[in-house]
Design a protein around this ligand. Sequence first.
Ligand SMILES: Nc1ncnc2c1ncn2[C@@H]1O[C@H](COP(=O)(O)OP(=O)(O)OP(=O)(O)O)[C@@H](O)[C@H]1O
Length: 320
Amino acid sequence: MSLIRIEDYRLAFDGFEGRVHVLDGIDLAIEAGESVGIVGETGCGKSVLARSLLRLNPSPPARVVSGAIRYEGEDILAMGGGALRRLRGGIIGMVFQDPVTYLNPVFTIGQQMQEVLRAHEPGLSRAQRRARCIELLEAVRLPEAAALLDRYPHELSGGMRQRVLIAEALAGNPRVLVADEPTTALDVTIQRQILALIADLVARLGLTLMLISHDLGVIGAACRRIVVMYAGTIVEDAPAELLFGSPLHPYTRGLLAAMPDLRQPGHMPSGIPGSIPNLRDPPQGCRYHPRCPLAMPICCTTKPVLRGAPHAVACHAVAP
Ligand SMILES: Nc1ncnc2c1ncn2[C@@H]1O[C@H](COP(=O)(O)OP(=O)(O)OP(=O)(O)O)[C@@H](O)[C@H]1O
């Protein structure tokens, strides 16, 4: 049994101007210990998918149209209050993009971490919680952890704040870490350090990782398996070396061609012609067909099935 299994998952948002079909039949199985990167252009549904694992999409307006998301066989979408509280943080820890938004400026780091720990381990004394906070800050390689507990978020650099949030995500001893664009708000050099930290924690704690990014370079640095999303669908799912070495889907090829090659001075990456579709009225058939250089008549009418293992692709024009 897979640790996480997402089956034919469709999610829409109901708005004043109609329904937005954001996720369209997602199938994804993640085994324990895997590090899976989800990549795709802005608005393709990466964050909505990540938040779905914790049922964090506000409903309404979010509406699950079909499917299931299972953790060790149990459907997350059917979990009641107690199971859901255990799931959030106790089984799946989540790190978000902008550490400023998720740290409260008027409380010290210690007060905020104690609060998180109180939710996970209500039986701990104040002193035990403090010791655990220090342990967690040391696990994310923050120096002078004890002194840090008395400091306020604005006294920390962006990289340090992100480390604090990673420490909080680990407070409930989760088995899975979901990191949604954890480095996007940081300088490039700090990005590398945070990615290295995440990879190190995953290996040391035996975590399963789902890393979300629009940047294939970020995903490639930390993940062994890469899932490419386009407009709410998975178009390719492959081990990193196969995806980089022999990409199959025309969209993946376009994404790779759009990456700058710093070893070639003057190299101008090519873009993907056209723009992402309006998910209020998405294209029929393959959602990529209006931009696809390989589009055939069947692509306009029939959604391609994701097939092939370990290199899966959803495309009528290429074979897995
Ligand atoms: N709470 C919400 N209410 C209505 N629509 C939403 C909500 N959250 C997300 N959406 C819509 O769902 C779609 C997918 O958003 P999502 O944030 O998952 O994209 P993404 O791939 O993570 O992009 P980005 O990298 O820009 O965050 C977008 O069209 C977005 O407007």
